[in-house]
Design a protein around this ligand. Structure first.
Ligand SMILES: Cc1cc2nc3c(=O)[nH]c(=O)nc-3n(C[C@H](O)[C@H](O)[C@H](O)COP(=O)(O)OP(=O)(O)OC[C@H]3O[C@@H](n4cnc5c(N)ncnc54)[C@H](O)[C@@H]3O)c2cc1C
Length: 410
């Protein structure tokens, strides 16, 4: 067996030093029986409690946290990736993926809320100091606190292009800059802000710093409603001379981008799982519709052209499922998966794009109306292009690894 993918921390791949803790994975996640029980309960609650909220959220373009958050709390959805010793569920990443995929079948604003909360909670669980963990994680696990991720900026581009600065002043940083499109900006109690702590050092000069909501000089403004995944809040953050203790650095000073690259690997697989869940729902609805819809005296399911759509949709879903399982298994074995993660994310967004396109065609004109969830699934899926980096960035990440001799066969 050729085990080409680098282990975390190995130096022969240019990934930087291994910094993540991997407590849940090392603990093996939940015992299979306990996991299956929890998963079944969550799946049931998603369809019983969350799915009926779709119309109200879509109509109002607003997720009512007074209604949704207690439901998510009851199903322990806020603590899925937080280690057990901080009050979380302690799922391994492989265990988390099917649950995220199931959330991606119902109203997208709820999926975005829980995805961002859990992904940032995961990052915090992996990188934070013991003191930071004890302060923040128990509240995050029970859903009374929430963490958001502040990277994107209006005046700078995708990812590493950062203008926000954090100047050292004694045992504090003074942060100045603007972020936007920051999900959960309405509910987050803590924001992980990426800022240049050493502007001359390029990528090595960026740090991740925890900024609490309400810190003087820190203002949050809502941005306009989005095309799909309605009801989520993706606000603008303005930081003007915001003072935070140096102890608020998450992970290591100057390692913000390297840490983010490592954590983005698994969160790109999370987005691929979202694409999978949405594609599965669009597929199931299309099968049902094709059998029922009769034209020219026959169900459209009997027509070869419709069968071709169905076969192609199934093929995309099957391929995506396999890719995700492979990437998650490697990650849970402690390997880095930079190329695999970008390929999962890329193939996932293309697959869910094709599947929701075909689902719309199977449904005909009525699928374009709000009478069928296909219309919503089609819009929701378009966010998968952008989350955790657009396609051009995934091309760059995967191609750079391969051109540098990345070995990835198992
Ligand atoms: C609903 C929503 C929620 C979001 N939530 C968050 C969040 O919680 N936190 C957060 O930090 N961000 C968040 N984002 C931001 C998201 O990650 C970015 O929008 C995305 O990464 C693209 O960055 P950008 O908008 O700056 O686009 P730009 O960087 O301006 O890119 C525009 C186009 O140019 C291409 N491009 C840019 N630079 C290059 C390059 N060097 N090489 C090749 N092509 C390039 C891009 O691929 C894209 O096609 C969210 C976005 C949305 C829509």
């Amino acid at each position: 067996m050729k085990t080409g993918a680098a282990k975390r921390g190995e130096t022969h791949q240019p990934f930087g030093e291994h910094v993540v803790m991997r407590e849940n994975v090392e603990a093996g996640g939940l015992e299979p029986k306990e996991y299956e029980k929890l998963k079944a309960e969550i799946f049931e609650a998603i369809w019983r409690d969350l799915d009926p909220l779709e119309k109200e959220i879509e109509d109002n373009e607003h997720v009512d946290h007074a209604v949704v958050d207690p439901l998510l709390r009851k199903m322990r959805a806020f603590g899925l990736l937080v280690p057990k010793r901080y009050g979380g569920v302690g799922l391994s990443t492989s265990q988390y993926l099917p649950i995220l995929a199931e959330f991606s079948k119902v109203q997208g604003g709820i999926r975005v809320l829980m995805h961002v909360h859990n992904t940032v909670a995961h990052g915090l669980s992996e990188l934070a100091t013991e003191e930071q963990r004890q302060q923040i994680l128990p509240g995050v696990a029970e859903g009374t606190k929430s963490v958001a991720f502040g990277l994107t900026e209006p005046e700078h581009g995708t990812g590493m292009d950062i203008g926000t600065t954090a100047r050292r002043d004694g045992d504090h940083y003074v942060i100045n800059g603007r972020k936007w499109l920051i999900t959960n900006s309405d509910i987050a109690t803590h924001f992980v802000i990426f800022a240049k702590t050493d502007p001359k050092a390029g990528v090595a000069g960026v740090s991740a710093i925890i900024v609490e909501r309400g810190t003087p000089g820190f203002t949050i403004t809502p941005l306009p409603e989005t095309m799909g995944c309605k009801g989520g809040e993706h606000g603008q953050l303005d930081l003007v001379d915001v003072r935070v203790p140096v102890a608020n650095v998450l992970g290591r000073e100057g390692q913000g981008i390297l840490q983010m690259e490592e954590l983005l690997e698994i969160s790109r697989v999370f987005i691929a799982a979202t694409s999978l869940g949405t594609a599965e729902r669009a597929f199931e609805l299309s099968l049902e519709f094709a059998k029922k819809r009769v034209t020219f005296g026959k169900p459209i399911a009997a027509r070869q052209a419709i069968q071709r759509y169905i076969a192609e949709m199934g093929t995309d879903i099957y391929a995506l499922r396999g890719m995700i399982q492979d990437a998650a298994a490697k990650w849970d074995q402690g390997r880095r998966i930079p190329a695999e993660a970008s390929m999962c994310k890329l193939f996932g967004l293309e697959a869910v794009g094709r599947v929701t396109d075909r689902a719309l065609l199977v449904h005909g004109g009525i699928g374009y109306t709000r009478q069928h969830p296909i219309e919503r699934l089609y819009r929701d899926a378009r966010l998968n292009w952008l989350e955790e980096g657009p396609p051009t960035i995934q091309y760059a990440v995967a191609a750079t690894r391969f051109l540098a001799g990345y070995e990835w066969h198992v």
